[in-house]
Design a protein around this ligand. Structure first.
Ligand SMILES: Cc1cc2nc3c(=O)[nH]c(=O)nc-3n(C[C@H](O)[C@H](O)[C@H](O)COP(=O)(O)OP(=O)(O)OC[C@H]3O[C@@H](n4cnc5c(N)ncnc54)[C@H](O)[C@@H]3O)c2cc1C
Length: 379
């Protein structure tokens, strides 16, 4: 497998680079961060992205999407990571679209995929219930009642949960906390009166919400995928999320590395450019090689998702583990090599650091994924 982009994907990359530099550079993110709009992103910009086919980037053309697959989604996410672009792309176009396209019934596809592609409908995936990612530990209950279920429970760190129109909730229909069997995914309207959503400000100034559901009645039609067998679908959705989030972090890491090496070449101390010091050169060279490995791991995971979705989970874990380490190293080194001033608000570096800090925790940090990889390999 060649770990390079094809011509079409390169064109998408060029288009994304130009568009985001003009419409959604870091300055636009700063404005959102400082003015704290209720949505947490710019709706007009999101609709423009949708018009360019980005909202439906992985959605097949028959459902109104642009059918670019996960490599296409990663190409966009990487450029968004470079610009710190805030949008519902991850929650809706990656998590929501993957859930419906891979595991939805024909009816669910017809009802949702075109609305995702047009930018009309926003989605959020509600998985975790505690401070750390753990998709098996689900206690959110779905009790059988009448010809459907009653949903009750609480979810944490739901990306874009407060603005989503539809929620995909992982609930327990049987088994005990920690069992992977007995989990079922439900697709529900987010504005039901039984659902209370509270936005939780995060250090990266992005959107997340705590969600409490109390006695929401749904029919069997709300099930996405198999009853009791939703864990496999959840793993697939999370894999897609992990790979695309890795692509975003990779973009952020590459951007701060570029800014840092520029700084090393211009900042003078002790009468010379600080980039002439061997100590800093070694650190920059180490980072450059780590970044190359990270880029390869990310592209491999995206290509695996496109080629064989059901078996891509481990390379997505590899990408998330590697990217979690390298993006953190890159942003920390950026602050250090800027002599500490990288944390000041005048510099963008600190904003990348904060975004990477949150993104690397989401859906499993480097420790979680290294452990998963090791266990799966029989260590
Ligand atoms: C303009 C500028 C220039 C700088 N230049 C340099 C430089 O030249 N050299 C250098 O080494 N450093 C530099 N720095 C970095 C800075 O001076 C300190 O190194 C850094 O702020 C650590 O300080 P601290 O140990 O007091 O920790 P703090 O900044 O106070 O906190 C460190 C961490 O602990 C957390 N924390 C603090 N208190 C609590 C609490 N009560 N409970 C829970 N968590 C808590 C904070 O949230 C943070 O995550 C610079 C910073 C700036 C802004």
């Amino acid at each position: 497998m060649l770990l390079i982009l094809n011509e079409e994907q390169e064109m998408l990359q060029d288009a994304a680079r130009g568009f985001l530099a003009e419409k959604a550079p870091v300055a636009a993110f700063r404005k959102i961060r400082d003015s704290k709009p209720a949505d947490g992103f710019c709706r007009e910009l999101w609709l423009e992205m949708a018009q360019m086919g980005w909202a439906g980037i992985i959605v097949e053309e028959e459902h109104g999407g642009s059918g670019f697959g996960y490599v296409g989604a990663g190409v966009l996410a990487e450029q968004m990571g470079r610009n710190l672009t805030a949008s519902p792309f991850f929650s809706t176009s990656v998590l929501g679209a993957t859930a419906i396209q891979q595991f939805g019934t024909e009816k669910q596809k017809e009802e949702n995929l075109a609305a995702i592609s047009s930018g009309e409908s926003l989605f959020a995936l509600a998985v975790d219930e505690g401070p750390r990612h753990n998709p098996g530990r689900i206690t959110f209950s779905a009790e059988p009642s009448g010809n459907g279920f009653t949903l009750s429970g609480a979810k944490t760190f739901v990306a874009d949960g407060h603005v989503a129109d539809r929620l995909i909730i992982a609930a327990r229909t049987s088994g005990e906390e920690g069992d992977t069997h007995g989990i079922t995914l439900f697709l529900v309207d987010a504005d039901a009166p039984e659902i209370v959503r509270e936005r939780t400000p995060m250090v990266d100034s992005r959107n997340a919400a705590n969600i409490v559901v109390d006695g929401l009645e749904v029919t069997g039609d709300a099930i996405l995928g198999e009853l009791d067998g939703g864990y496999g679908a959840l793993e697939g959705i999370l894999s897609a999320g992990r790979a695309v989030l890795s692509a975003e972090m990779s973009g952020s890491a590459q951007q701060v590395f570029g800014v840092t090496t520029d700084y090393l070449k211009e900042r003078e101390q002790f009468g010379q450019k600080i980039g002439s010091f061997q100590g800093l050169q070694h650190r920059a060279a180490h980072l450059a090689t780590e970044i190359e490995m990270m880029k390869s791991a990310v592209l491999k995971s995206l290509k695996d998702l496109d080629a064989d979705f059901d078996n891509a989970g481990m390379t997505c874990s590899l990408a998330k583990a590697k990217t979690g380490q390298v993006a953190q190293l890159a942003t920390k080194e950026a602050i250090q090599m800027h002599g500490g001033i990288g944390v000041t608000d005048e510099y963008d570096v600190g904003l990348y650091f904060k975004r990477v800090h949150v993104a690397q925790q989401m859906f499993g940090d480097a420790g979680f994924h290294s452990d998963r990889w090791a266990r799966n390999s029989g260590f």
